[in-house]
Structures are given as structure tokens and as C-alpha cells.
Design a protein around this ligand. Structure first.
Ligand code: PLP
Length: 359
């Protein structure tokens, strides 16, 4: 497909709209349809939906490829892992999103494939692990460790080793990083997060430029049915229209918070990759003090997930499935678009409360 000459902000707002003609709605309608009149291109609800198409056009153009939407981010990850032949090898970050790691562990336990988990900050060892791999599924930044993969070096090396390269771009979004332009074969999204952006939708997406990969994924989505709901897709497209404005604001808030956090005595470490709206902090004193921080805020919501307009925080190790090398005291901050001063005042007061509890 031809690369768009438009800037991402214009793509986000303009792509995936009905044809311009008198009395056409400005926005695509939510098409609720389990079947269509015969002999067209869609035929049945599992095979296609005009609301999916609108969203897929917009997100596909932002990521510079062709998009397929799924019922959740993990359904999209599952679709990508299913490209691997029986007995194949998958390389993934040891600190990847816990759900993706659990899928790999489950597939490995059932003898379906084998996983090589790597420290993504060690570029040489990542490249070594790619030799003989069928799929390299990376995340950058990683969730929740916020490690960065040297994508311009690792992507070509993994492709040269013969692997399919897929990047989970949930944290960076296509506004901060476009892996297909760096040579990756596939981009995966939990559109639940920044893309939809309002913590009210569960949705996933896969984007690729390779026709054979797109066709394989589409045929399996048709057959296995991991499809999205039209209403969810419509909400995600509505959210995508403001992604650039939301992300700029949340990132600006995050930068201000990083400044404040790095001077607070209860904060042992601030992890921030320099862009985006996620900050991970390590609280001095471990699990119980960190837990006290997360339960003492009034504006920040104590909740999992990220990428919404509302700021949320949680101690990741409260989940038994979180990787054991993630520090007990690590709190992931998902910065929203509220006033930065209010966010800091609330967080500072929670840190002070927790420090007092810890005595
Ligand atoms: C949340 C998340 C997922 C899973 O997405 P769901 O929409 O919750 O299924 C996958 N990858 C990353 C990086 C995530 O943060």
C-alpha cells in the first residue's frame, strides 16, 4: 500500500469515514449485522463488518499497514502466536505483559511450541536467541518494567535470522513508534489501552504489510471467530480520533510527574523511557508500603489497565501471575489527562501517607 502523505493527527481524524456525499453521516454508523444480503464481499457477520473496516482503515494507515481487529489484545496476541508451526520457537521478553507470557507458558506446557525468554536490554543476547526462531514477539517499552528494545538493530537481525518479527506497540502507539517502518512484519495492539483511550472498551488489533500474513490471519479470524463487537470497534474509532491530543497531554503530565517523583524520599527508582504516559516507580520498603500508596490516592484510581483519560495506578506484583523479577514495590502509574498539579498533589499526599504508615 502507498504510504500516506498526511500527518498522523490528520490520519487519526479523517480516515475511515463514509464517502462525502449529501446526507451521508459524517461518522460511520454502528452496523449491527449477523448476516448480509448475499453475493457481496462480507456475506456473514463473522467475515466482515463495515464498522470494523472503518477502524481498521484508520489504525492501519497510522501503523502504515493493513489492520485486522480482534475481540481483545490477547486475542490478537493469540492470533500472532498461531502463525507459528507446531514445535516452533518463539522469542519474547522475560518482562513482557503477563498475559502474553502466560499464553506462551500454556502453549509450551501443551507441547505446542517452545519459548525463549530474553532480557531485551541485552541486544547481543536477544540477537543470539533469534537464531533458529520462527517468531520474535517483542514489546518496547515492556509492560511494566519499561525496558526499551533497540528496535532498529534487533528487527533487521531477527529478520535476517529468518524469523517473523512482531512488535506489541501498545505502550508507544503509532504516534511514537512505527515498527513496520523499521522492518517489522507485524504490529500488535491492545486497543483497549491508548487507542480506545477511555477505559470502556476491550479490543485488539494486528497490522501487517505482508499480504500472506494478512490473509492467513484473516482466514483464521473468519474460522475461529475471535472477532470484535461492532459497538466496541465504533467506540475505539471514536477514541482514536483524539489519540494525538490525549497522548500529548498525558505525556506532558508524565514528564512533570517524573521530575517531582525523582525527588521524593519514598521513591527508590523512577523508570520512564522519555516518552509516553506510563511511569513505573519502585517504592522504598517493599510490598506493604507500595500497597499503601496505591490505596491512599483520591484522584488516581486504584485499578489495573492503562492508556485511559483517567489516571490509574497499581502495584503490579499484587497479581500472582506477574513475573517474579518485577520488584515487589513496583507501582505502575498510567498517567491520564487531568491537571498535572492536581495529579502530583494527590500522589505526593499518598506517598507521604504511606511513608508515615511505614514509620
Ligand atoms: C493489556 C495488554 C495486552 C492485552 O490486551 P487486552 O486488551 O487486555 O487483552 C497486551 N499487551 C500489552 C502490552 C498490554 O498492555
Amino acid at each position: 500500500m502507498e504510504p500516506s502523505e498526511l500527518h498522523p493527527a490528520t490520519i487519526a481524524v479523517t480516515v475511515g469515514r463514509p464517502e462525502r456525499a449529501p446526507d451521508q453521516p459524517l461518522n460511520p454508523p454502528i452496523t449491527m449485522a449477523a448476516t448480509y444480503l448475499a453475493t457481496g464481499v462480507m456475506e456473514y457477520g463473522r467475515y466482515g463488518n463495515p464498522t470494523w473496516t472503518a477502524f481498521e482503515q484508520a489504525l492501519g494507515e497510522l501503523e502504515t499497514g493493513r489492520c485486522l481487529t480482534y475481540g481483545s489484545g490477547l486475542a490478537a496476541v493469540d492470533a500472532v502466536l498461531n502463525l507459528v508451526k507446531a514445535g516452533g520457537v518463539v522469542v519474547a521478553p522475560r518482562h513482557a505483559y503477563s498475559g502474553s507470557l502466560m499464553q506462551l507458558a500454556d502453549l509450551e506446557a501443551r507441547g505446542r511450541l517452545s519459548a525463549r525468554l530474553v532480557d531485551v536490554t541485552d541486544t547481543a543476547s536477544v540477537i543470539a536467541a533469534c537464531q533458529g526462531a520462527d517468531l520474535v514477539l517483542l514489546e518496547s517499552p515492556t509492560n511494566p518494567a519499561l525496558e526499551i528494545v533497540d528496535l532498529p538493530v534487533v528487527i533487521p537481525a531477527a529478520r535476517a535470522a529468518g524469523a517473523i518479527v512482531a512488535i506489541d506497540n501498545t505502550f508507544a502507539t503509532p504516534l511514537r513508534q512505527r515498527p513496520l517502518e523499521l522492518g517489522a512484519d507485524i504490529v500488535v495492539h491492545s486497543a483497549t489501552k491508548f487507542i480506545a483511550g477511555h477505559s470502556d472498551v476491550q479490543l485488539g488489533a494486528v497490522i501487517t504489510r505482508a499480504d500472506e500474513i494478512w490473509t492467513a490471519l484473516k482466514e483464521r479470524r473468519d474460522l475461529y471467530g475471535a472477532i470484535a463487537g461492532p459497538f466496541e470497534t465504533w467506540l475505539a474509532l471514536r477514541g482514536l480520533r483524539t489519540l494525538h491530543v490525549r497522548l500529548d497531554r498525558a505525556e506532558d503530565n508524565a514528564r512533570q510527574l517524573v521530575e517531582h517523583l525523582s525527588t521524593h524520599p519514598l521513591v527508590e527508582e523512577v523508570r520512564y523511557p522519555g516518552f509516553g504516559a506510563i511511569i513505573s516507580i519502585v517504592i522504598r520498603g517493599g510490598a506493604s508500603i507500595a500497597e499503601a500508596v496505591t490505596t491512599s490516592t483520591r484522584i488516581w484510581a486504584h485499578a489495573t489497565s492503562l492508556g485511559g483519560v483517567e489516571s490509574t495506578l497499581e502495584r503490579r506484583r499484587r497479581w500472582p501471575v506477574e513475573t517474579l523479577t518485577i520488584p515487589e514495590g513496583l507501582v505502575r502509574l498510567a498517567v491520564g489527562i487531568e491537571d498535572a498539579g492536581d495529579l502530583w498533589a494527590d500522589l505526593e499526599s499518598a506517598l507521604d501517607t504511606a511513608a508515615a504508615v511505614g514509620g
